[in-house]
Design a protein around this ligand. Structure first.
Ligand SMILES: Cc1cc2nc3c(=O)[nH]c(=O)nc-3n(C[C@H](O)[C@H](O)[C@H](O)COP(=O)(O)OP(=O)(O)OC[C@H]3O[C@@H](n4cnc5c(N)ncnc54)[C@H](O)[C@@H]3O)c2cc1C
Length: 400
C-alpha cells in the first residue's frame, strides 16, 4: 500500500529491514529454542532507535508516527517469525507511550530513557486469574495511604515478568480503587517487581517463547504515589488507549511474519516437484497461494489504515475514539486470523518438512496463535468493539 508511504518511510523501512536481517534474523531460531532474546540483541535494537520508537526525543525516543511504528513491527515480525521480539518491541512502543502521556514527571524521567536504551522493560498487567476480557470487573485492589499506594491481588498471563525482574522496569497495572465501581472504579499505576510483598512466577507457553509470560502476586506491595498514572478513576480509559496503540502493532507484526512465510511457501511451490511438475503448477495449490497473497494485502491495508487513523486522531484531532477503537480492533483480529491461515497453508505445502523444526514455520504458527487466543485482547472481544460502533452501545451483547 505504497500510496500511504512516502519516500522517507520507504527508505526508513529498507534500512530497518537490512539492519534486522543482520542483527535479529540470525538469532531467531535461538530466541525460540532458548526461550529468551539475548540482551545484546535488545541493546542493539535500542542503539538503532527501535525501542520506545514512539517516545519523544526528550526521552531519547525517535518520536515516530504510528504508521512508521507499524512498519517496524512488520519488519521485526518478519525477522523473528516467532513474534517474541515483536512483542518486546510493541510493548515498549505502546505502553511506553502511555507512560509518557499519563505518567508524572518523576516516573517518566526514571523509566523512559532506560526503556529507550533497552535497559528496562515496560509491560501491561491487566489480566487476572478469573479472566482478561472483562476488564471493567477486574479485582486487584489499590488503596491510598498518604504519599503511597498499596496493591493487593494477582495478575496472570503477563508478558515480560522475567524480563522486568531481571532487567528492571515494570508494568502499567490496572487496579480497582472502588469495590463494585465497574469501569469507573479503576486506577492505573506503574508497579515494579522489586518491592516487598511482590511474588512472581512463570507460565510455560506453546509459542513466542523468547519473551516470558507469568503471574504477579501483590501482597500489600507499596509504591510511591508518583507512580500513579492520571487520577483514580482513569484506569479503564488508560488501559483502552494503550490497547488501541498496541493492536495495530500486533497486527503489523503478524503481517510481517506471514509475509515471510508466504515468500518461503511460493519459493517451495516453484522448486518442489511431484508427479513430474512443480507444485506451483497444481491449481489447487497455486490458487491457495493467490488467495493468501490477496488476503494478506487486504489485511495489511487495514493495519496501515488503523495506524494512520491513530496518527490523524492524535495529530489532527480527526476520527472519534470509537472509530479508532473499531479499526484497531478490526486490524488485530483480521491480521491475526489471516496470518494463521497463511501459516497453516504454507506448512501444508511443505508436507512433512513443514511440520519439522527444520523450517521456521511451526514457530511462526505458535506465535500467531497467541494473538488468536488472547494476547492484547481475544478475537471475540475485537468483534464486540466493532459491534459496539456498528450497532451502538445499547445493543452490546455484554449489556443486559
Ligand atoms: C501469550 C499471551 C500473552 C499475554 N500477555 C498479557 C499481558 O502482557 N498483559 C495482560 O494483561 N494480559 C496478557 N495476556 C492475557 C490476554 O489479555 C487475555 O488472554 C485476554 O484478555 C483474554 O482473557 P482470558 O484469556 O482470561 O479469556 P476470557 O476473558 O476468560 O475469555 C475466554 C474465552 O471467552 C471469549 N469471550 C469472553 N467474553 C466474551 C463475550 N462477551 N462474547 C463472546 N466471547 C467472549 C473469549 O474470546 C475467549 O475465547 C496474554 C495472553 C497470552 C496468550
Amino acid at each position: 500500500m505504497d500510496y500511504l508511504l512516502d519516500e522517507e518511510k520507504r527508505l526508513y523501512r529498507k534500512g530497518v529491514r537490512e539492519f534486522l536481517e543482520r542483527e535479529l534474523e540470525p538469532h531467531s531460531e535461538r530466541i525460540d529454542r532458548e526461550g529468551r532474546i539475548p540482551r545484546e540483541v535488545v541493546r542493539r535494537l535500542g542503539e538503532y532507535g527501535l525501542l520506545g520508537i514512539t517516545l519523544s526525543e526528550e526521552y531519547g525516543g525517535a518520536g515516530v508516527d504510528y504508521l512508521t511504528a507499524a512498519l517496524v513491527a512488520e519488519e521485526i515480525g518478519r525477522a523473528d517469525i516467532s513474534l517474541a521480539t515483536a512483542v518486546y518491541y510493541l510493548l515498549q512502543a505502546s505502553w511506553g507511550k502511555i507512560l509518557e502521556k499519563f505518567g508524572r514527571r518523576e516516573v517518566r524521567d526514571e523509566f523512559l530513557p532506560r526503556i529507550v536504551r533497552g535497559e528496562w522493560f515496560i509491560g501491561i498487567a491487566s489480566t487476572e486469574p478469573h479472566g482478561g476480557s472483562d476488564v471493567a470487573n477486574l479485582r486487584t485492589m489499590v488503596s491510598f495511604t498518604g504519599d503511597r499506594f498499596r496493591v493487593r491481588g494477582e495478575k496472570m498471563f503477563i508478558s515480560g515478568v522475567r524480563e522486568a525482574g531481571e532487567m528492571g522496569g515494570g508494568f502499567i497495572t490496572i487496579m480497582r480503587h472502588e469495590p463494585g465501581g465497574g469501569h469507573r472504579g479503576l486506577t492505573a499505576a506503574v508497579t515494579t517487581l522489586d518491592k516487598e510483598g511482590v511474588e512472581t512466577g512463570l507460565i510455560e507457553n506453546m509459542g513466542r517463547t523468547g519473551i516470558s509470560t507469568g503471574y504477579i502476586r501483590y501482597n500489600d506491595a507499596e509504591y510511591p504515589i508518583q507512580y500513579l498514572l492520571g487520577n483514580p478513576g482513569d484506569g479503564f480509559y488508560i488501559a483502552m488507549e494503550g490497547f488501541n496503540l498496541a493492536r495495530p502493532l500486533v497486527a503489523a507484526a503478524c503481517i510481517g511474519a506471514a509475509e515471510k512465510a508466504l515468500e518461503l511457501g511460493i519459493r517451495f511451490l516453484k522448486e518442489r516437484t511431484a508427479f513430474g511438475r512443480p507444485l506451483a503448477k497444481f491449481e489447487a495449490l497455486q490458487f491457495e497461494a493467490v488467495e493468501d497473497h490477496v488476503r494478506l494485502g487486504m489485511a495489511r491495508d487495514l493495519v496501515y489504515k488503523a495506524a494512520w487513523m491513530l496518527d490523524e486522531h492524535y495529530g489532527k484531532g480527526k476520527f472519534s475514539v470509537g472509530e479508532v477503537n473499531k479499526y484497531a480492533a478490526a486490524a488485530k483480529w483480521v491480521a491475526a486470523e489471516t496470518a494463521y491461515q497463511v501459516f497453516t497453508h504454507v506448512m501444508m505445502w511443505h508436507g512433512a518438512l513443514g511440520y519439522s523444526r527444520e523450517l521456521p514455520l511451526e514457530r511462526g504458527l505458535r506465535g500467531v496463535m497467541s494473538y488468536l487466543v488472547g494476547a492484547e485482547g481475544a478475537i471475540n472481544v475485537m468483534k464486540l468493539i466493532v459491534g459496539r460502533e456498528l450497532f451502538g452501545r445499547e445493543y452490546m451483547p455484554t449489556k443486559s
